[in-house]
Design a protein around this ligand. Sequence first.
Ligand SMILES: Cc1cc2nc3c(=O)[nH]c(=O)nc-3n(C[C@H](O)[C@H](O)[C@H](O)COP(=O)(O)OP(=O)(O)OC[C@H]3O[C@@H](n4cnc5c(N)ncnc54)[C@H](O)[C@@H]3O)c2cc1C
Ligand code: FES
Length: 278
Amino acid sequence: MFRIQKAARVAENIFEIWVRAPHVARNAKAGQFVVIRVDERGERIPLTISAVEQDSVRLIFQVVGKTTEQLSRLVEGDEIRDVAGPLGRPSAIERYGTVAVVGGGVGVAGAPMIAKAAMEAGNHVIGIIGARSRGFLILRNEMEGCCHELHVATDDGSYGAHGFVTDILKGELNRREIDCIWAIGPTIMMKAVASLTRPYGVRTFVSLNPIMVDGTGMCGSCRVTVGGETRFACVDGPEFDAHRVDFDELMTRLRTYHREEKEALLLFRECAAREGGR
Ligand SMILES: Cc1cc2nc3c(=O)[nH]c(=O)nc-3n(C[C@H](O)[C@H](O)[C@H](O)COP(=O)(O)OP(=O)(O)OC[C@H]3O[C@@H](n4cnc5c(N)ncnc54)[C@H](O)[C@@H]3O)c2cc1C
Ligand code: FES
C-alpha cells in the first residue's frame, strides 16, 4: 500500500497528491510515469511523475472519469493499492542549445522535470505554458524557477497572453533559433505543435497519452503508429518524434470506450453517494 502524504486541489478540477513510493522516487527521471490502482477492484491508470521529493512522488491529475474522481476524494493518510513505476523511457535530455518546453492544461504537470533536466544539461530553456483560463492554470511559479524565461497564455486572455501556446511558440520560432521542443498536453495541442514545427525542421518530442493497462508492453492497448510502424507507448515512449506520429488514429482510439467510461462514472457516483460521499 502507498500512503498519501499530501492531497490538495490545485486548480479547477485539477488535484495533486504526494504519494510515498520510495522505489519510484529513487529511480524516476523526467518524462516517466507510473501506473496506479486505487484499490483492489480499481482500473489501472497512467499518471506522469510530476516531481520527486525524498521518498515521495507528486502526481497531478484532472478529474475526467471514475478513477480520477475517486482519486480526487482521497485525503492525507489514505492509501493507494498500487503505484508501479517508474515506467516508460526518460526524456531524451541532451545539450541541444535552446530548448522550449511547451505544456498545455494538465499536461503542464510533466513540464517542470523536463525543464529542470534540460537546464541542468546546459540548455537555455524557454517555458511556454497555457490553459483554458486562469483558474485552470497550474505550476506557474514552479516553471518560473526551472526555465530561463517563461511565457504564459490562456485561451480567454484571463491570464498572460490571449491565445494558445502555439501562438507563443510560433512567435519564438520566428524570432530566434530553437534547437529542440517538448510538447505535453491534450492530443489536439500536440498535433498543432507538430504541424507548426515541421516546416521549421525543429526536433520536436511529444508525450503521448493512449489508453494504457499494464504499462509494461504486454497488453497492446497503448499501440500508436509512429513513422508508419506500430509502437507501444508504455515501453517505446511515451515520448516520440512529433513529426512521425499518427495523431488522428490516436484521437480515434482514445474515444473507444466513451460509453463505458460514462457508465462507470455514474455508477461510481451512485455508490459513493450511498456510502456517504467517499
Ligand atoms: C503516459 C500517460 C501519462 C498520463 N499522465 C497524466 C497526468 O499526469 N495527469 C492526468 O490528469 N492525466 C494523465 N494521463 C491521462 C490519464 O491516464 C487519464 O485521464 C485517466 O486514465 C482517466 O481515467 P478515468 O477513470 O478518470 O476516466 P475515464 O472515464 O476512464 O476516461 C476518460 C478518458 O481518459 C482516457 N483514459 C481512460 N482510461 C485510460 C487509461 N487506462 N490510460 C490512459 N488513458 C485513459 C481516455 O481518453 C478516456 O476517454 C496520462 C496518460 C498517459 C498514457
Ligand atoms: S499498456 Fe499494455 S502494452 Fe502498453
